[in-house]
Design a protein. Structure first.
Lengths: 259, 157, 275
């Protein structure tokens, strides 16, 4: 019994240590960011690998989410005779919530796990150590461009998801189910506020981008340098990032859309 | 360090696509297009009951959106709700006896302020108060009024 | 057992005194004294797991000792600031066991990496330097290959070319001969000695491949259980008084380090049917 409590204490202390390490790591990364201005090539390469390569899954998911929303939204609204408001339902759901959150979850799974694995592998094959011995700070050269790329990519991907989703809803609602074209857009434009909805969605995706990328690069950097260690780091990335996104989403939603 | 031309091109297109998506969201999806340019003047109106009226609710005349509700306060001395409105400058010729009523859009819709122009020579200026107001209809009062009338009718028989 | 040791301070590039280092509960170094002479090839040998790699990391400043002094070229390594440490590292080359080439860059870019990071030389000059370094290790023709396309031996030679890119004053080799076929081994052995003499380097080889290492070393330290158990030139060590060192140097299967793991009497064990 006592041993169990001690175990709990030990694990708690180690969690705090990890948290501390993660924060110091973040600070070092941020310090390394200005150096990227001199070497934009590094950032561009990472934007490609983190952002562009995520486009396919984001666009396809956005399309399907929007289409399903169109379908389900129609089914529910038609009972109230309010199917003309489909545009509003689809747009608000996507712009406020589904856009930032689903994009962040997909990003964590696709780009986050890739980042963690790549960095963990570099650690396991002593590439990071090698850089250190060559007097090149691996945090500045390897981590910082990836972090910035994730932070920049996330809101762009979320915006693309949202736009594609709304058109997906349009395709199903107006194209297939007969909702009035004008009503779809005009009611939407009436109800969706640039600042309260669109901007808040962008802010959410910026926060998610920061957190998901931070978790991914840290787990990779902190991984045990064996193949098992890297695999565990990748899993942890996806799980922690997903939980963080959902938890933060609740907090942000309460702050932004509550009273 | 080995970003070749194709990579750069794709990244550029990615960022352009993201920016375009944001643009679409701003222009086509949100209410940006009906944003007033900020040239508005201020009016107030007092109501017994504002019902479900909210800040940023629409102010319309003849169904056309001419402004927004910018504030809802309560005057505890005269027991009235004070609603602040901002109306676009180009609609500056409302007669002084214009009435303001709170209606509901559709069956479940949100509430808005509808202005009905009067006939006076004088016009409402910045800071004026609309005197004639009609409060929002409260469902419970309607129902109890209906029941009361029904009961009264029954008694008379 | 003591042979001619580098006595003069200016002859000593790396000076380690009373080094103590523990990793958790394990004591890795328990009072170690070492002198690495300038311009010479010094080997640090010992059984697996004695912390030989740790020693290189202590010299390179990647970790700090618990106690004791580590001096490189007169500077106290643990006391260096970040800038000072990075400045020192530019003058050190390190060859990792796996080569540690950056997998997303070509061979050429890998060797050019330290030049591009730390100098402002124009690309044309960098190209010439890289080709010269690659030529020195015999792999100029491999310059456009990716690390994944290289054999282990080739990867190590490329890593060596990269380690000498900035013309360092010393190179540290971490188990360079492990797992090599005889030809690659021979090439690498010769290369290490050649480069050391041609470029006036100081080389530190950490290894447990006794024969290869001893064949090119000027001086050898044997470390076991956290202490130096023998040191001297290779000839001196072969004829040392210490039985342990002799067992190690000659690769004898049995001696102070026994062949048999401690167990019961053999006859008893076999005849004991009850267990």
């Amino acid at each position: 019994m006592l041993e169990w409590i001690r175990q709990l204490g030990r694990s708690g202390i180690s969690q705090f240590e990890t948290l501390g390490r993660a924060n110091l790591f973040l600070l070092k990364t941020l310090v390394g960011l200005p150096g990227l201005l001199r070497r934009p090539g590094l950032l561009v390469t990472q934007l490609w690998s983190v952002g562009v390569l995520s486009l396919l899954i984001i666009v396809v998911s956005g399309l399907f989410v929007g289409m399903v929303l169109g379908l389900q939204g129609y089914n529910t609204l038609v009972d109230f005779g309010a199917e003309e408001s489909l545009g509003v339902a689809v747009a608000l759901s996507i712009v406020r919530e589904l856009g930032p959150v689903v994009t962040a979850l997909l990003f964590a799974g696709r780009a986050g796990s890739a980042l963690a694995a790549e960095i963990g592998l570099m650690k396991a094959t002593e590439q990071l150590s090698g850089m250190e011995m060559m007097a090149v700070d691996p945090i500045h050269r390897v981590i910082a461009p990836r972090f910035l790329a994730g932070f920049i990519s996330m809101p762009l991907l979320a915006a693309i998801f949202s736009a594609v989703g709304i058109y997906g809803g349009y395709f199903v609602g107006v194209g297939l189910l007969g909702v009035d074209d004008g009503a779809y857009w005009s009611q939407m434009q009436d109800k969706v506020d640039l600042f309260d909805d669109v901007l808040n969605g962008v802010i959410k995706s910026l926060v998610f981008g920061w957190v998901v990328t931070w978790i991914a690069v840290f787990e990779g950097y902190d991984a045990v340098p064996t193949s098992e260690g890297v695999s565990r780091a990748t899993t942890r990335t996806v799980v922690y990032a997903a939980l963080a996104v959902l938890g933060l989403d609740f907090v942000l939603t309460a702050l932004m859309f509550g009273d | 360090m080995k970003s070749n031309k194709t990579t750069e091109l794709m990244v550029g297109m990615f960022i352009a696509a993201g920016a375009a998506a944001l643009f679409v969201l701003a222009m086509r999806v949100s209410n940006l297009s009906s944003f007033s340019t900020g040239d508005t003047y201020h009016l107030t109106a007092r109501f017994e009951n504002v019902g479900g009226l909210k800040v940023r609710s629409a102010v319309t005349v003849g169904g056309v959106n001419v402004g927004r509700v910018t504030g809802i306060d309560y005057d505890s001395e005269r027991f009235q709700a004070v609603v602040s409105l901002e109306v676009e400058n180009r609609y500056n010729r409302f007669p002084e006896d214009t009435a303001a009523a709170i209606y509901t859009a559709g069956l479940l819709g949100e509430q808005y302020v509808a202005l009905e122009p009067g006939g006076s020579e004088e016009v409402l200026k910045d800071g004026s108060q609309i005197e004639l107001t009609q409060s929002a209809l409260v469902l419970e009062k309607l129902v109890s009024k209906f029941l009361f009338e029904k009961a009264a009718e029954g008694e008379k028989k | 057992m003591d042979a001619a040791q580098p006595q003069n301070d200016s002859d000593t590039l790396v000076r380690i005194r009373d080094l103590h280092f523990s990793h958790g509960a394990r004591v890795i170094f328990d009072g170690v004294d070492l002198d690495i002479a300038r311009g010479k090839v010094t080997a640090i040998m010992g059984p697996s797991g004695t912390g030989k790699t740790t020693l290189l990391r202590l010299i390179g400043g990647q970790i700090d000792p618990d106690r004791g002094s580590v001096q490189v070229d007169g500077e106290e390594v643990p006391a260096l600031s970040r800038t000072g440490l990075y400045g020192l590292r530019k003058r050190m080359g390190m060859l990792f066991q796996s080569g540690a080439l950056l997998t997303d860059l070509t061979v050429f870019d890998n060797v050019a990496f330290p030049l591009r990071e730390h100098t402002d030389l124009p690309e044309s000059m960098i190209r010439d330097l890289v080709l010269m370094k690659l030529q020195a290790v015999g792999l100029r023709g491999a310059r456009d290959l990716m690390p994944s396309e290289l054999s282990g031996g080739m990867a190590r030679r490329i890593a060596l070319a990269r380690a000498i890119a900035l013309d360092p004053m010393m190179i540290m080799y971490d188990e360079p001969f492990t797992g090599q076929d005889p030809i690659s081994m021979g090439a690498l052995v010769q290369l290490i000695r050649l480069l050391n003499d041609a470029l006036e380097l100081t080389s530190i080889i950490v290894s447990h491949d006794v024969n290869e290492t001893a064949s090119i070393s000027d001086y050898v330290y044997v470390i076991s259980q956290g202490k130096v158990v023998g040191h001297g030139s290779p000839e001196v060590l072969e004829n040392t008084d210490s039985e342990w060192v002799r067992q190690f140097m000659q690769g004898l299967p049995d001696g102070p380090v026994p062949f048999h793991y401690p167990a019961r009497d053999y006859a008893e064990d076999l005849l004991d049917h009850a267990v």
